[in-house]
Design a protein around this ligand. Structure first.
Ligand code: KIV
Ligand code: ZN
Length: 526
């Protein structure tokens, strides 16, 4: 690919992006963003509108001092004091760009500027020439370009180039254009403006109809070689063309768009996060390239396809934009294949098919109850399934009566060495009633040393993990269980500790007295 296909990336996150209502950034945040943009490989950084406020002036000054690779740029209207402010704030940099603009559409000239087209024409001559005194890198924009008479646009563009503008920017200021129309505008400029080869044509598209990226790419296909854009597509109203989408579209479809940029795409995700944090604008989950779900797959069919070959459902790798890994989000649509793969990721190897099947069944039940299934939920489920493998005492059913007034009561059915037994007990609270039932059904003499409840994940629908530690003759065991019902988890955790104690008794007793524990013998009918 030759240099004629190199597209210059002009970022205006800190100028047009900051013009989004509520998106203002502090000086420190802008400096942090500028450093990342510099590393990201952005060619031109429009750091602000220096005349607009002392804060903007200060930010442009500070940014122009720290950039190592990117060229800083400031925005100015067609007034000398705007241009002077650009020059003063930018001149700390070795090279800098002044971007000056005026509206050229009949609507804007009449209602906004109250100027005739001749006056606008004269203003271009005066101000582009003036800006050129300070730098040979002057960009001129015809604001509301896509609603400008095309013949007048051609005249103004020719004039701006004659006055020394090296970049001609065509804004779709109000996001009104569509790709076929925008392409035609750029083609017309290329075909009709006699000195167009002395300048680079740039696109600057707003997203009011959701077409900013499509219009920008149409402009590039027609011959534009600079794109103005913002990270996360932030900007006035519906925003500007999103930098990450433009860059990745060209990278992913070189067959249709054989263009290159200097962007290190692996830093896109980081840049997106930094901008989102600085502006306080969250990135929508389904946002292309940088959204949380951009590389997440939940449906069973998609997950199965992904595990067989990533290309089935991914057109670019998450690593290429700096996202560590595709996430197979575990939810109610996930299949067994993805569940098994997830277990591998979580460090479970060599599980029997039975354990996997049991855990998968429980996972499906939980997924129906909970919106988000976290890794910790799955760990708790599998541990629970593993533990139950050796259980000789099992909970079959539990009903608890709790609340104010009546004493708390538990009705419990347990399977003990294959025999079904039932009990009802009251207690000082529901957990006490449950533990009393267990003691009645399986008489034993242990000390309860610890009873602890943790919410494994967030939300009122979180799974609770209960830990119980018991002690018998100096030996301790810890039982754990997880359930969305804390009381069921409490019963299972206690039983888990007891089952472990039974195993411990067997393992630690001398061989001739194994199974001599009286309670156990009684329970087993020995
Ligand atoms: O949208 C617009 O027209 C602009 C210009 C200042 C370039 O942001
Ligand atoms: Zn704009």
């Amino acid at each position: 690919m030759s240099d004629k296909n190199r597209v210059i990336i002009f970022d205006t996150t800190m100028r047009d992006g900051e013009q989004s209502p509520g998106a203002s950034m502090s000086l420190e945040e802008k400096i942090q963003i500028a450093r990342i943009f510099d590393e990201l490989g952005i060619d031109i950084i429009e750091a602000g509108f220096p005349i607009a406020s002392p804060g903007d002036f200060e930010a442009v000054t500070a940014i122009s001092k720290i950039l190592k690779n990117s060229i800083p740029c400031g925005l100015s209207r067609h007034t000398k004091k705007d241009i002077d402010a650009c020059k003063e704030s930018l001149s700390h940099a070795k090279r800098f760009r002044i971007h000056t603009f005026i509206s050229t559409s009949p609507l804007h000239m009449k209602h906004k500027l109250n100027k005739s087209s001749e006056e606008v024409y004269e203003s271009i001559k005066e101000h582009v020439t003036y800006a050129r005194k300070f730098t040979d890198d002057v960009e001129w924009s015809c604001e509301d370009g896509t609603r400008t008479n095309i013949d007048f646009m051609c005249k103004t563009v020719e004039l701006a180039i004659n006055c020394g503008a090296k970049t001609i920017n065509i804004p779709d200021t109000v996001g009104y254009s569509v790709p076929s129309e925008f392409k035609k505008i750029i083609e017309t400029l290329i075909n009709k403006v006699p000195n167009i080869d002395k300048a680079i044509i740039s696109t600057h598209c707003h997203n009011d109809l959701g077409l900013a990226v499509a219009n920008s790419l149409a402009g590039v296909s027609a011959g534009a070689r600079q794109v103005e854009c913002t990270i996360n597509g932030i900007g006035e109203r519906a925003g500007n063309a999103a930098l990450e989408e433009i860059v990745m579209a060209m990278k992913t479809r070189p067959d249709l768009m054989p263009f290159t940029t200097g962007i290190n795409t692996k830093l896109l995700s980081k840049a997106s996060k930094v901008v989102s944090n600085a502006t306080g604008f969250p990135v929508q989950f389904n946002k292309a390239i940088v959204g949380k779900n951009a590389f997440a797959h939940e449906s069973g069919i998609h997950q199965d396809g992904m595990l067989k070959n990533r290309n089935t459902y991914e057109i670019m790798t998450p690593e290429s934009v700096g996202v560590k890994k595709t996430s197979l989000v575990m939810g109610k649509h996930s299949g067994r294949h993805a569940f098994k793969d997830k277990l591998g990721d979580l460090g479970y190897s060599g599980l029997t098919d039975d354990v996997i099947q049991t855990a998968f069944g429980k996972f499906k039940v939980l997924a129906d109850k909970k919106k988000h299934i976290y890794d910790e939920d799955i760990v708790a489920l599998v541990d629970d399934s593993l533990i139950k493998e050796d259980n000789v005492i099992k909970l079959k059913s539990l009903k608890v009566f709790a609340g104010t007034g009546e004493p708390q009561k538990a009705d419990m059915t347990m399977e003990i060495y294959g025999e079904i037994k039932k009990a009802t007990e009251t207690g000082d609270g529901p957990v006490d009633a449950i533990f009393k039932c267990i003691k009645k059904l399986y008489p034993h003499n242990v000390n309860l040393q610890l009873y602890q409840v943790h919410a494994v994940t967030e939300g009122t629908d979180a799974q609770a993990t209960v830990s119980v530690r018991i002690e018998e003759n100096g030996k301790t065991t810890v039982g754990q269980a997880a359930d969305t019902d804390t009381l069921v988890a409490s019963a299972n955790a206690y039983l888990n500790a007891l089952n472990k104690m039974i195993i411990k008794r067997k393992k630690t007793a001398p061989s001739d007295v194994k199974s001599s524990n009286k309670e156990e013998q009684k329970m087993r009918g020995i």
